[in-house]
Design a protein. Structure first.
Length: 109
């Protein structure tokens, strides 16, 4: 099980495919299984990086509550730990909020 420590939490992630990196960010209460067959289609054109946000799926569950800012920091740390300088980002629901804040705070990502 690939896990990586980002900030104060251990996040579960998977990487599949080849091409430019595409980071998938889940919505509230869901884990990376949300993306289902879409991941299979995307990995023919992208290196798909999917992960479980803190407190969800196979990631660590520290005491909450969790904030969008924390999850943005986790996501940015994950990108750095995976040695990715720039990534395309696709977020669903709360993942879209995380993606927008990530882009605003780190436009070079």
């Amino acid at each position: 099980m690939p896990k990586i420590r980002c900030n104060d939490v251990e996040l579960y992630y998977e990487i599949k495919g080849k091409g430019p990196p595409l980071l998938l960010i889940n919505g509230l209460g869901s884990d990376m299984r949300l993306w289902g067959p879409l991941t299979d289609q995307l990995e023919s054109s992208f290196t798909v990086i999917a992960f479980d946000n803190r407190g969800m799926g196979k990631s660590e569950r520290p005491e909450g509550p969790y904030t969008i800012s924390q999850m943005v920091e986790d996501t940015y740390a994950l990108i750095g730990e995976l040695s990715k300088e720039r990534v395309h980002v696709l977020g669903f629901s709360m993942g879209g909020c995380i993606a927008m804040q990530l882009a605003l705070e780190n436009p070079r990502t």
